[in-house]
Design a protein around this ligand. Structure first.
Ligand code: THU
Length: 163
């Protein structure tokens, strides 16, 4: 019998003004924040903004959650951003993704992508072979940074599982 453990390492910045936060990602985090205004969320009133940064020229593509009266058809902000990027910049890897909500979650940390979104982000990460850095923030000051989506989705399901 073996016991193994996983180690998750991530950064917590005091705010977007934290000197340790790589300044090139400020426009990305701000784009996720402004994307909250693009949400269509009349049912949950929970507006989520997302933005991805492309690897070749740092172009930023936004997304926001789009809800439907038929609730299961709601689409998350992260997925809107990732799929927009795939169409607008075909063949270009994504280097970073930011997610923002205009509330302070009760658990006091920013909202991390839901399980379905992690799977979608993973597909993009695996498609291009590089890491996608994940920034998450809320109305509280702190910004969390995860080095890639794999760290948020250990034992992920991928094409390799299909045999
Ligand atoms: N939502 C997102 O946009 N991203 C997530 O990762 C989790 C949830 C949206 C879906 C729905 O419109 C609202 O937040 C409430 O769940």
């Amino acid at each position: 019998m073996k016991v193994k453990s996983l180690n998750l390492s991530y950064n917590i910045f005091d705010s977007i003004r934290d000197k340790a936060l790589d300044q090139q990602y400020l426009p990305l985090i701000n784009a996720a924040k402004s994307a909250c205004n693009l949400a269509h969320a009349p049912y949950s009133n929970f507006k989520v903004g997302a933005a991805v940064m492309m690897k070749d020229n740092d172009a930023i593509i936004q997304g926001a959650n789009q809800e439907n009266a038929a609730y299961p058809m709601c689409t998350c902000a992260e997925q809107v951003a990732i799929y927009n990027a795939a169409i607008l910049h075909p063949g270009v890897p994504v280097k970073a993704l930011a997610v923002h909500v205009n509330v302070v979650p009760t658990h006091n940390r920013p909202p991390s992508p839901c399980g379905a979104c992690r799977q979608v982000i993973l597909e993009t990460e695996l498609k291009y072979g590089g890491d996608i850095q994940i920034f998450i923030s809320s109305q509280a000051d702190e910004v969390f940074l995860f080095p890639n989506i794999k760290s948020l989705l250990p034992f992920y399901f991928s094409g390799d599982d299909l045999g």
